[in-house]
Each structure stands twice: as structure tokens, then as C-alpha cells.
Design a protein around this ligand. Structure first.
Ligand code: GRF
Length: 206
């Protein structure tokens, strides 16, 4: 299965996907076919290049048509490389139906909390502020509502006394690096599928 990976930053989750694929060799059910970043300076682009994977930079700022126009450009780029499955690995943009309808049930994300708790872009900060003693990470299918899609895999990590956002992030990322490739592989293999139901406005129509 040709995998497209969307990133914005350091790309350690991309690295985990690349490492897993290399370690599994021919038994890995996915192959990273393309990495797209919306940030030209993202460190993850170098990781892709080092692994021999083609990269593209598509800046959302170049699309005055807003999110749908940006997503249409993503779709075009992903399709040009024959991508069949999309992994958002630290991609800090909200995606729309334009992307999701082009890859129905085929877009995955990694989020650094035990969803549905602590949605959004500041999970670690919110976890620390809340005082919970357990956090974790979630690999899930992407739906239009942010961080709300069906969960593929989840794993817990402790919140330790004295944790800062940084120490917590480091601990959770190590967990994501094991969880996300396993989740992507499970979906690529067909062991886990997301079959969307009828649109919300068609539910309970009788
Ligand atoms: C990860 O913790 C991911 O869950 C969050 O952003 C971080 C990305 O890290 N959305 P990296 O770029 O993969 O190192």
C-alpha cells in the first residue's frame, strides 16, 4: 500500500514509520511513497530525503481559497504518486472533506493524548493543567471534526511529578513511535477498517 505522510515539524513519527518499514522489509504492508510538508523548513523533509522518499512542500499560505483549496492541492500531489493511504504525522493543519472524500476511510492521525480526552493542539499543556495522572497517545481515523474519528490503537503513559510539557511530550512521543506505525500497518493490511455510516442528517430519518 502506497503511503503518503503529511508533516509540519521534526518528523519523528515519520521517522518511526520509515524505520518500521525498513525493519519489516517485504512484510511491511505499506511503503512510504511521498512526504508532504506545509512548512518548508520542517526537519522531517530531510529525514524523508535521507530515506530516499520523494518530498513536496505545499504551503497553506499559497492558497487564498482557504482550507478546501489547500486540500485539493494535497489530493492532487498525493494522487500523482499513487498514494492509497494517508498518515498525518504531526501535520498541524485541519483537513476538510476535500481530502477525506478523496481518501475515504484512508486518512490516519496520531494525537498525543488518550482521546476523547484532551483534543486540540495543546494536549500536553492541558493534561498538566488538569492534574490527571495518566495520559497517552491515540492513532485514529480522521473525520471532519477535529480529533474525533474512530480509534485504531491507544496506549497509556504516566504523568510524573515535576513533568514539564517537554518531558511529557518526550515520553508520549516514544510511545507514539511504537503505536503509530503499528496502527498504519494494521489499516494497510486491512485488519482494521473504517466504514463510514450515513451522513448525520440521514440518521433516524424514519
Ligand atoms: C506528535 O506528538 C503528534 O502527536 C502531534 O505532534 C507531534 C509531532 O511530532 N500532533 P513529530 O513531528 O512527529 O516529531
Amino acid at each position: 500500500v502506497a503511503l503518503g505522510v503529511l508533516i509540519s515539524g521534526t518528523g519523528t513519527n515519520l521517522q518511526a514509520l520509515l524505520d518500521y518499514s525498513r525493519q519489516m522489509g517485504t512484510s511491511c504492508p505499506y511503503r512510504v511513497a511521498l512526504v508532504i510538508s506545509n512548512v518548508a523548513t520542517a526537519q522531517g523533509l530531510q529525514r524523508a530525503t535521507k530515506a530516499g522518499v520523494p518530498t513536496s512542500v505545499l504551503s497553506h499560505k499559497d492558497y487564498p481559497g482557504g482550507r478546501p483549496a489547500f486540500d485539493a492541492a494535497l489530493v492532487e500531489e498525493l494522487r500523482s504518486k499513487g498514494v492509497q493511504l494517508v498518515a498525518m504525522a504531526g501535520f498541524m493543519r485541519i483537513v476538510t472533506r476535500v481530502l477525506l472524500d478523496a481518501f475515504p476511510g484512508r486518512v490516519l492521525n496520531t494525537h498525543p493524548s488518550l482521546l476523547p480526552a484532551f483534543k486540540g493542539a495543546h494536549a500536553h499543556r492541558d493534561v498538566l493543567a488538569s492534574g490527571v495522572r495518566v495520559t497517552g497517545c491515540t492513532a485514529h481515523f480522521v473525520v471532519p471534526e477535529v480529533d474525533a474519528g474512530p480509534i485504531v490503537l491507544q496506549a497509556p503513559a504516566p504523568v510524573l511529578p515535576g513533568d514539564s510539557e517537554e518531558t511529557l511530550q518526550d515520553r508520549v512521543k516514544l510511545l507514539e513511535h511504537r503505536l503509530f506505525p503499528a496502527a498504519v500497518a494494521a489499516v494497510a493490511r486491512g485488519d482494521c477498517r473504517f466504514v463510514a455510516g450515513p451522513p448525520a442528517d440521514k440518521c433516524g430519518a424514519h
